[in-house]
Structure formats: C-alpha cells, structure tokens
Design a protein around this ligand. Structure first.
Ligand code: FAD
Ligand code: SIN
Length: 531
C-alpha cells in the first residue's frame, strides 16, 4: 500500500508535532508514530523549557551557560541562534494553547543545574505533558494532517531501494519517505513524501536504567545511519543524576528543578557532598553531579544518595512539584519530611544525525529535528531544559527552509518498489529478541556508563559485534516485528556509542574515561563523526 503526502513526519513528540503544525500551512502532512500518539520523551519532560524571558537575564548569559555546560564543544553560532530565537518560539507555544505556570510578574521561571539565572519556563512539574496536550489538540482537528498511530518506521527509502547499493554510493542520496510497519494490521506500508522529517527522539532504552519511556530505542539514528547520513557525538550520553531509587522500571525522574528550588544532595553520612566537587554544589551541571554521585557510591558501597528538601517550605514544595510529591508519596516518601533516595540513569543523547542550521541532513529531502539530531547546540553535555527549546527552534527553521527551497510538491519517484519480504518466515524465536535486548542494556550499563575505560569499551565492542551479526542474520530470515525492528536499531546505536567513545581520547563533558582523564583542546575540540 502506498500513502503519499507533501510531508512525512516520523514521530509525534514536540519536534514532530510543532513541525507538522507549521508544515500543514503549506502542504499535506502524514505523521507516523510507533505507539499511542502522546507516548514520547516529550510527554515525560518535567523541568521545563529554557529561554531568556526575564529582563534580569540576557542572551549572553544563556549562551555562556550553554557553552560552559557543553565543555565548549558546542557550535557557538548554533547556540546563538537557538538562544536568540527562543523567546519567539515560547510565545508561539503560548499562542498554540500551552498553559505555562504564571506568577504576578508573568511567566514563572525555574532554575536548573548550570544555569546562572532563573529562565526555565514550565507548567508545574509536568511541562512536557502540557506541551504535548496543546499541540495534539491543535493537530487533531487540522484538515491537512493525518496521524497514523501504532505505525513503526523500519527504514528510509533511498536510491538503494531503487538501484541497489553501488549506484547509491555514486551520487547525492535522496530520501523519498519510509517503509512503515502498521503493527495492528501487520502489513508494511510505503509512505512517500517530498520532504521527510525524522523526529524519533532519543535512545535511552539502550541502557538498563533510563528515564526514557520504551519508545526511545534510537530508531531515527539507526535508520539515518543505514541510509548514509552522518552521525556525530554519540559518546555524549547524558545521565540524569536524580531518579527515584528502586521505583522499578522505567525509572521515575526527580526533576533538577527540585535542586533549583533549593534541595540539597546528601550522602548517607548526611554530608552535602557536592561542595567537594564543584563550587555550584548540588546545582552544578549534570555531568559533574552524576559523576560525583557515581564516585560517592563506589567509595561507600551505598546504593543511593539522597535529596533533602526538609529545610524548604512544605506548602511551596507541594505547589511547585505536585506530581513529584504525589508520586513519591505512593512509595511511602513524604518529600517535605523524608529524604528522597536517588540514583543516576541514562537520560539524553547529545549526539545524533548531523544537521545544518535548518535541520537538513546530508540526504536531500531528509530533515532531522529534536533529540534524534546533532545540531551543534549541546556539545559534550546538554544544558538542562535546552532540548525542548532546540526542538521548537529547529522545527520552525526546517519548515522555513522547505518554503525557501521551493521543492514542496516535487514530482514523486514513481518506481519505488513495495516492501519485499519474500524468502522470510514468521519466527517463533522471540526469546532471541528479548534476550539480546536485555544483554545490550546490561552491557551498556556496565561497560559504557558514567565512567569508562579502554578495557571496558573494548570488551563491550567485542560483544556488540557478535550481537550485530546475530541480529543481521535473524533480520534477513524473519518477517519484521516491532521487537525485531527495535532490537536492530538498539544494537546499531549501541555500536555507534561504543565506537565514538573509543575514538575520543580525552575526557570532556559526559564522556569520562580513566585512560585519558584530561581534556585535550589541541586535538579533541571537535565532533566525533561517523558515516
Ligand atoms: P520524543 O518526544 O521522544 O518523540 C519521539 C517520537 O517518535 C515518539 O512519538 C515516538 O513514538 C516516535 N518514534 C520513535 N521511533 C519511531 C519509529 N521507528 N517509527 C515511528 N515513530 C517513532 N528536556 C527539556 O528541555 N526539559 C525538560 O524538562 C526535560 N525533562 C525530561 C524528563 C524526562 C523524564 C525525559 C525522558 C526527558 C526530558 N527532557 C527534557 C528531554 C526532552 O523531553 C526530549 O529531549 C524531547 O522531548 C525530545 O523530543 P522529540 O520530539 O525529539 O522526541
Ligand atoms: C529535569 O526536569 O530535571 C529534566 C530537565 C532536562 O532534562 O532538561
């Protein structure tokens, strides 16, 4: 079955939805999303969205904070444009109907690690859910947009599918859309479009412990890599310092905004240990806090550290963090009286598909926006609450770029073949899929975590190579299923992370290795690029 539209959007988080709304002003839009439409990392965002909206703040401060948190690997021109365009994009979100928390002065502004000023626009402690609600409400009634739920994209369609791999290698690669598995009908559909947007989000599920929901399996990064796009900076996986210890899976985040509000990290001896590691104490950037917790736990043998809110006004705590309060209460923790036990977990992928300042990738017709992309904004460590901001800034720029290019209603390639699964069988070997998925997650957690070494990385690489071979073989013989598609992508992304981590022979931002425990600006103030 072939489905044609001007725009194909893969993913329904903030990047996909905010892009779709703007694209629909100039063409028809098909959104495919692999689960229910709201299920995304966006939907779980707590702290908020960073932007300079207070007159005590300045663009220069936000730019400086972003560069510093990013280990000065951020592309300064990109940082400047994102920060400068931020306030306008926030105004648009308000116009779309997002109800941010207000106070007497206007938008209520929170603070998070690495920020020198209060600049986090938020909707209590459920910012992402509110953004997702408002965008979906607009989109649901839009005549130019159709959403396909439970549709998982398998691969991008390029010359490779028309002419074979050799011919593809000779010229510019073009993307005509994607092959997508309709999970309910169990049929692979061909979605064709003049412009395709990858908005598939992050890859937290590659790790055993993560704040990310189950959808975050790095599909977009793997699809783009297979199609020939450039991938960069995959070693920079951000671990959030504070997820609730022992909450089961997936981990439950305790927003950094809680520390921005005054909470203090303590170890079992009640010590405000962050003071030993950074002058900003509990509000140091995430890479520093997560590493400090890791060090404390390894030194003491303890299983968690604690967040202390006991000195804060209990009513204010409940007003600012109503959902965190309720959720912890379910686990028997009253956050106004008890310490909250916390541990780090994988949270955000700073690397991804390389784009220009308009979200365009190396493949013509293919854009990437949001967590799937590597725009140059985050460098070696993302400043808190800069990712929702990046998504809205780049989705706007990407639509504007299509408008300028004049290639909106390009003649569709008519010879795109339908999905061919001849020679494959329905396999009962689901155990291979679930076993390998768990093995990747455990391996990445144990060997490619907060503190790395050559020895551990090499060990993980040997194992991931075997898994890649097994998955490749299985994929060739078997009809596609959701589990297999995700496993193929998880193994690809794990491999990209390990290769990038082995490549970088220094420690910077989120990549810390005991073999090179220093930053080397002379040789390594550059991105780690894989193609
Ligand atoms: P997502 O919101 O993850 O959306 C991806 C979409 O793609 C989903 O709809 C998914 O189903 C779909 N998809 C994936 N693969 C496929 C496929 N193969 N086929 C079809 N569809 C597919 N950032 C901030 O700036 N501020 C915060 O306060 C904040 N808090 C966070 C809290 C938590 C718990 C988490 C997990 C993240 C947080 N982040 C925060 C990060 C931020 O939420 C994400 O980086 C951002 O929402 C990513 O948006 P996105 O649109 O790129 O991807
Ligand atoms: C949080 O609320 O701590 C998450 C913020 C972010 O990831 O930017």
């Amino acid at each position: 079955m072939k489905i044609e539209s001007d725009f194909l959007v893969i993913g329904s988080g903030i990047a996909g939805l905010s892009y779709a709304l703007k694209a629909a002003e100039i063409g028809t839009v098909a959104i495919v999303t692999k689960k229910e439409k709201a299920e995304s990392n966006t939907n779980y965002a707590q702290g908020g969205i960073a932007a300079v909206v207070s007159n005590t703040d300045s663009f220069d401060h936000h730019i400086h904070d972003t560069m510093k948190a990013g280990g000065y690997l951020c592309h300064k021109d990109v940082v400047e444009l994102v920060v400068n365009e931020g306030p306008e994009r926030i105004r648009e979100l308000v116009d779309v109907g997002v109800q941010f928390t207000m106070n007497e002065q206007g938008l209520d502004l929170g603070k998070e690690g690495g920020h020198s000023h209060h600049r986090i626009v938020h909707a209590a402690d459920l910012t992402g859910k509110e953004i997702e609600r408002a965008l979906l409400a607009k989109i649901s009634s839009h005549p130019n947009i159709k959403i396909y739920e439970n549709h998982i994209s398998i691969d991008l369609i390029t010359e490779h599918h028309l002419f074979g791999i050799e011919k593809q290698a000779r010229g510019t690669i073009h993307c005509w859309g994607a092959y997508v598995l309709d999970v309910e009908q169990n049929v692979v559909k061909t979605f064709l479009a003049s412009t395709t947007l990858l908005a598939t989000g992050g890859a937290g599920q590659v790790y055993l412990h993560t704040t990310n929901p189950l959808i975050a399996t790095g599909d977009g990064i793997a699809m783009a890599y297979r199609a020939g796009a450039t991938i960069a900076n995959m070693e920079f996986i951000q671990f959030h310092p504070t997820t609730l210890y022992n909450s089961g899976s997936p981990s439950y985040l305790i927003s950094e905004a809680v520390r921005g509000f005054g909470a203090i990290l303590r170890n079992r001896r009640n010590e405000d240990f962050m003071k030993k590691y950074d002058p900003q104490g509990s509000l140091a950037p995430r890479d520093i806090v997560a590493r400090a917790i890791d060090t404390e736990l390894k030194r003491s043998g303890d299983e968690c550290v604690y967040l202390d809110l006991q000195h804060l006004n209990p009513n204010s705590v409940k007003t600012h963090f109503p959902n965190i309060y309720e959720r912890c209460l379910k686990y028997g923790i009253d956050i106004t009286k008890d310490f909250i036990p916390v541990v780090p977990a994988a949270h955000y992928s700073c690397g991804g598909v390389v784009t220009d300042k308009n979200g365009a990738t190396l493949l013509s017709g293919l854009y990437a926006v949001g967590e799937v992309s590597m725009t140059g904004l985050h460098g070696a460590n993302r400043l808190a609450s800069n990712s929702l901001l990046e998504a809205v800034v780049f989705s706007h720029r990407a639509v504007e770029a299509v408008k300028r290019s004049g290639r909106l209603h390009n003649e569709m390639e008519k010879n795109i073949p339908n999905w061919d699964d001849s020679g494959t069988i329905n396999s009962e070997e689901w155990i291979l899929v679930s076993h390998n998925r768990k093995e990747i997650q455990q391996l990445m957690w144990d060997y490619v975590g907060i503190v790395r070494s050559n020895h551990r990385l090499e060990r993980s690489q040997r194992r991931i190579k075997l898994i890649l071979e097994e998955v490749k073989d299985f994929y060739k013989r078997t009809k596609v299923t959701e589990g297999l598609i995700e496993l193929r992508n998880l193994s690809c992304v794990a491999d990209l992370i390990i290769r990038s981590a082995l490549e970088r022979k220094e420690s910077r931002g989120l990549h810390f290795t005991t073999d090179y425990n220093f930053s080397d600006d002379i040789h390594w103030l550059k991105d780690t690029v894989i193609q």
